[in-house]
Design a binder for this molecule. Sequence first.
Ligand code: PLP
Length: 545
Amino acid sequence: MKNIYELVRDNLKHLTPYSTARDDCKSRMSIYLDANENPYDNGVNRYPSPHQEELKKKISVLKNVPVGNIFLGNGSDEPIDLILRLFCPPGKSSMLQIVPTYKIYSVSAVINDVDVIDCPLDEGFALSADRLLEKVRTDTRVIFLCSPNNPTGNLLDRNEVMRVVEGFDGIVVVDEAYIDFAGDGSLAGEVGGHPNLVILQTFSKAWGMAGLRLGLVIADSFITGMLSRIKYPYNISILNQAKASELLDGAVQVMDKVEIIKNERQKLYEKLQTLPDVVNVYPSDANFLLVKFRNKQAAFDSLVEAGIIVRDRSSEYGCENCLRVTVGTPEENAALLKVLGTSAEEEKEDGTSLRMAEVRRRTKETDIVVRICLDRFKEPYIRTGLHFFNHMLEQIGYHSMTALDVVCYGDIQTDDHHTVEDVAIALGEAIGKALGNKAGIERYGFSLPMDEAEASVLLDIGGRTDFIWDVRFSSDRIGDVSSQMFEHFFKSLAENLHCNLHVRACGKNDHHIIEGVFKAFARALKQAVYRNPAAGGIPSSKGQI
Ligand SMILES: *Cc1c(COP(=O)(O)O)cnc(C)c1O
């Protein structure tokens, strides 16, 4: 692999970027007479932060990547253009893309006077690394892949993409605009070992911020640094940064919407296939479906007649007679199906009896949302910025069979203390709130030795508070969390859930010991919160707990 620096356009290697006086001042100033702004405050009279520090910190937590590997653009359109400008000398270079794919890559290439080479996807819109790499020319600097691909909807095969990354002596951009609809398909974790891999994501789709214009690059810090040097300094406005930051506080709610959209996608996928006018519905990992009709024009016209607009993609390679349909709300999808000649079944979920609670806890050090539903399982959504802690909290979600979401923006640059402690407090409160009057619960849980290590957790959620911790670790840290914080975590949890909690564990490997403890706690919790349908009352001889 070439040194990435060598791939940068010569005229940019020694660029002196525009700098602001505020860049040179490390400490906070109180009087700003450096930028010829109007000093009278109207909310936007100051220039925005060119580095978007606050926003990047939150995004770093949500995306599980260090701040230094993040670049923010005005939509993803801006980084697409900047990547071409950074690596492709105009008139003397080419970029290679799959077809069919997202149009902006080729438009942006033409604007930058960069030649476009097309490589058709295989049957089923699959990527073949070999066939793609055969198309590389000596002047090819950048390859664009889109996964899940637009307009086809499918996630590209991970191994084929990585073969392209490893087999190409240039930049490989993987556009993951739809990745939040695709389970754990992201390649962002590969950036560490692959300096030529550039991941593009956006807040325009799953995150519901298309109107804001906020796109995201995850890449080696050399590349994010170079992009920052060549961008216009104030590319993300004050309003944009503030609104995005506010909306990111609702990450847990965003994930709810994504779950609804994924369910709707599945229903639409099944329903559309039953229509006589539909030839094929392509499997999708995104929030849209590519649908092949016998006569796409007839379908398109009848939809327009009903006020429904979809995207005609029939002129794209391999997409004859295809329309691309975005998954809407359940009502919108039902309207679509009705026009096309079938109906969505009505099924109303009765959520009234579910025990759930949400706790929002904000202090100077942390800003936390914990949400738990004791009567339903879903994949836990855990983001605290501490990888190992995330992993442990996931164990609680998985093994207690609850629906657990935790997002914590904390002062992890200082240390892990506040994040771990405050999450414990919020989690304890949330479980307590979800339990409500505790009618019908089993109340006691206990868990016996786990396979990984010997961990036992005894739990009484009746309301008495006591805590015993008999767990020893051989090292100071486990992953990115200090070992002593785990005792603190369970103690704070016990105090805020008002429970008796006895934890004992031993073993050789610290990771296994603590994982055993979290799993055993989760199992104990599952047993204790279980609501026995046969027992209506309060599980105490006193009649109240
Ligand atoms: C929608 C979309 C984007 C998002 O573009 P923004 O400029 O971030 O709104 C990027 N890539 C693909 C493939 C898309 O479909």
